[in-house]
Structure formats: structure tokens, C-alpha cells
Design a protein around this ligand. Structure first.
Ligand code: SIN
Length: 327
């Protein structure tokens, strides 16, 4: 059977819909080399960076299992300059998306200007408006005015042909989907949104030791893994409906199996990012994900991602009311 797993994000052709989520296996050159070597990962997303290097939050700041993670890294990163060099080195073999997470509007604008002044090695910029882990810094994309202010200033910078997307936090209320989309629609140059960053400020405890499993922010951290998938899918679906077609949606959240990739694309994602699963299984886990996804397509007799992207049916045809609490 003829299968084509390629897809496009911001007009860039990717040979598979799988890339890493920012923050996972992408902080150091050594980690990025591994991402680069995987033929199943079609692009590299760098660790969300600031202008200067950051140590991040005190350890332990990550805890994970095969299906769940909580983190409060606090934007530990090697600086924009470092990742610009990464882009220069690795964009020769695959697209590199630079993730930027300035701690203020000014820092974000200054970083975007630096990227614009660089020799355009990166394939695109993913502006992270949703980090939940820096003490006393709110998640920008929950403040729609602040988000608009940053985007006004960022889109004034001439990035040439380099596309820019944003990484959003999860929204939970339909009003917030609409308010966020209303802001984002003001920027015709916006090329993608990544839905979702971790579900911020969850708490995971070890009942044996009676302790939080991570240290910063009294144990509060961003949640990832299987149970964030329904929230991620809802965000992908809603933003696909609310944003113009030229804005791609990158699905992120709960991608642990090939079927999860399928579901994200069914909800409208152009590609997916993998976080917890990649962190827990390393690069060696990626071929399994890729082959499982391929098998789903074969089973369903789909040839390309366009055959099912965004084609989620919302009126179930099978009457299955046996679990209806009121029946
Ligand atoms: C972190 O560095 O704390 C994670 C970044 C993010 O969730 O955006």
C-alpha cells in the first residue's frame, strides 16, 4: 500500500508528523545530536530559551513514569546564542524551530530581533507564551491583553521569510478558546499554534514518603502524559475551528502511542510534538511510535494525512448509552 506520512507546518515539508516537544531532549548539543540522527523525527524544536543562560529551578524538578510527568524546570537553558548556533549546525539536515521564552515582553522582542539579525538558519520561531514554572511569572497566554501586547511588538520585527508560531497553554473554558483565538486572528503573519503546553501547577505526591515529588514551587508543576491528551485534543480541535486555515495547529499532549498521533491529526493537527514519552523512552522509543502510527493508517486504509486530518465526527453513529449516568 502506498503510504505518505509527510506533512507541512508553515509551508515547510516534514517527512513525518513527529517532532520533539520543546524542553525534551533538546537542551544540549549532545541531546540535539540524537534528535538529529533519528530518521523518524522530522524536525528539531530547541529548549525554550532566554537571552542569557539560566540554571532554572532547584532539583528535583522533574518526575516521570511511563505514562505521566510533572516538571518545574524553570526554563533551564543555554541561551539564545547557543541555540542560534544549534540552528546553524543542525538545519543542514532537518528543520530547526527555535523556541523562545523571554521573561518579559522586552526580552521576547529583543530575542526575535536577534533571530532576525542572524543568518536565518532556523526554520522558524516558536514563541512560548505558556511556561507555568517560573516563580512569580504568570503564563502570558492566560492574560489576553498581555499576549496581544507581546504579539503586536513581536510581529513588528521583520523576520523575512522565517515563520513564527506560538505555544499555548491549555484552555478549559469555551470563552477562553474564543478570547485567545480573537487575539491570535489579529496577526496574519502567525503561521502555527502549538496546543498544548503542560497543564500548569498540578501537584503530585508520594504517599509513602508524604512528600511532593518535585521541589520548586512547593511541588507544583506542569503535568504531561496520557491524561492530558483529552485536554490537548480539545484545544487542537477548537483552535483548528477558530483560526484561519493558514495557521497550522501542532498537537502536543499525551502522545504515547501511534493512535494518539492519529487522534491529534483527526482533530486537525498538522503535526505532533512528543514530550513525556520521549523523555521516558529516549530517542529509541520513537521508531515504535512511528511504526504504530503507520500501522493505524494501513489498518484504516488511509494513504496520506490529508485523508483524515480534521475529519473528526462529532455525532456518534453508534448508540452506546449503557454508561449514561441518567439511564
Ligand atoms: C520549563 O522550563 O519549566 C518548562 C517550559 C515550559 O513548560 O514552557
Amino acid at each position: 500500500m502506498d503510504l505518505d506520512l509527510s506533512c507541512y507546518v508553515a509551508g515547510i515539508k516534514l517527512n513525518s508528523p513527529i517532532m520533539n516537544a520543546s524542553g525534551v531532549c533538546c537542551t544540549t548539543v549532545k541531546q540535539i545530536e540524537e534528535l538529529d540522527e533519528s530518521q523518524f523525527l522530522s524536525a528539531i524544536v530547541t529548549k525554550s530559551c532566554t537571552m542569557t543562560p539560566r540554571e532554572g529551578n532547584p532539583k528535583p524538578r522533574y518526575y516521570g513514569t511511563s505514562s505521566f510527568s510533572i516538571n518545574s524546570m524553570g526554563l533551564a537553558n543555554m541561551s539564545l546564542k547557543y541555540y542560534l548556533k544549534v540552528a546553524e549546525t543542525f538545519s543542514k539536515s532537518k528543520p530547526v524551530f527555535l523556541s523562545l521564552a523571554g521573561l518579559s515582553a522586552e526580552e521576547n522582542v529583543a530575542m526575535v530581533k536577534n533571530v532576525a539579525a542572524s543568518e536565518q538558519h532556523a526554520s522558524g520561531v516558536e514563541l512560548n507564551l505558556s511556561c507555568p514554572n517560573v516563580p512569580n511569572k504568570p503564563q502570558i497566554a492566560y492574560d489576553f491583553e498581555a499576549m496581544g501586547d507581546i504579539l503586536n511588538r513581536v510581529f513588528e520585527v521583520d523576520l523575512g521569510n522565517m515563520p513564527l508560531g506560538v505555544k499555548l497553554p491549555p484552555y478549559f473554558d469555551p470563552v477562553h478558546f474564543h478570547q485567545s483565538a480573537d487575539v491570535l486572528r489579529n496577526y496574519p503573519k502567525l503561521r502555527w499554534v502549538t496546543c498544548i503546553n503542560s497543564i500548569g501547577n498540578g501537584l503530585y505526591i508520594d504517599p509513602i514518603t508524604e512528600e511532593t515529588v518535585i521541589h520548586p514551587k512547593k511541588g507544583l508543576g506542569g503535568l504531561g502524559g496520557s491524561f492530558v491528551k483529552p485536554t490537548a485534543l480539545a484545544n487542537v480541535k477548537m483552535f483548528r475551528e477558530l483560526l484561519p486555515e493558514q495557521v497550522d495547529i501542532i498537537g502536543c499532549g499525551g502522545v504515547l502511542r501511534g493512535m494518539d498521533i492519529f487522534e491529534h491529526i483527526l482533530c486537525g493537527a498538522s503535526a505532533v510534538q512528543v514530550g513525556t514519552y520521549l523523555q521516558e523512552n529516549g530517542i529509541d522509543g520513537i521508531p515504535r511510535l512511528y511504526h504504530e502510527f503507520k500501522d493505524v493508517m494501513i489498518l484504516k486504509e488511509y494513504h496520506t494525512l490529508d485523508d483524515f486530518r480534521g475529519r473528526l465526527k462529532t455525532s456518534p453513529t453508534i448508540m452506546n448509552n449503557k454508561n449514561d449516568p441518567a439511564s
